[in-house]
Design a protein around this ligand. Sequence first.
Ligand code: ADP
Length: 286
Amino acid sequence: MSENQEKSQCPSGKSCESCGGKCHEDKRQVHDNLQGVKHIYLVLSGKGGVGKSTVAANLAMALAMEDKQVGLLDVDFHGPSIPKMLGLEGSPLYGDENEKIMPVPLDNNLKVMSIGFTLRDQDQAVVWRGAMKHGVIKQLLGDVAWGELDALVIDTPPGTGDEPLSVCQLLPRADGAVVVTTPQQVSATDVSKSLNFCSQLSFPVLGIVENMSGFVCPHCGEVTQIFSSGAGEALAKQYGVPFLGRLPIDPQICAGGDAGEPFVQRYANSATAKAFQEIVAKLQQK
Ligand code: ADP
């Protein structure tokens, strides 16, 4: 491995010499912990507010509805919204006999772990220092007792900074990343950064989801392009990665999130849920 490659692989940001090889030990622990997990999907976005957690929660639920054993891990430090989206706010955490953290079961098929479960008060402002964040990410990847899973969906912190970097570096393997964007140009520019980030880390991109792509009028069904459209698909072409599909702005998506039940389950027969199921089907073909 060249010195530069090693630097980009070592979470210390320098080289394995300076971290004393601890990064290898951490990776081994994560590797051992995730041995029972068949597929690992990361959900990424260039910035917050584009629907990353919505896609992560609905992806996990859609897979669970196919009778798969699924884990959902929310590592979003600054907005852990998964507990609210799944109606699990305030769930207590327990340890197992091996002192690993038990994920919170939602139903027979879906287990959830979120940084949000560790906060006493959801409105609490937590000042996370860089080194602390890496330690917490390592613990969430290496110390949660997932058991046997068909798929683990990870709601990764937004952007291309230290937090998503730690997640990618600590994971021994992953099927790849689902990158969420909205159709505006600004958001698309941020997503280019996410794609470059994956490419620099040699992390596979499973595809792009364009969220908030047009508003479907609930009365007449006419589609209004509130933002310009097509940036996600154009970027997919430009970077040679799959385009997984679009989701419209749909009040049911918001309502599902607020009610603690993902729209893919709550409004399972809606056109938006069908569009999402197609995205999930494409993803599983990859
Ligand atoms: P992120 O994880 O990227 O910060 P979220 O998934 O938390 O974004 O979404 C932000 C807000 O936007 C949430 O209230 C969510 O319910 C809402 N939302 C996301 N996608 C849509 C959509 N397609 N239509 C309507 N509301 C949406």
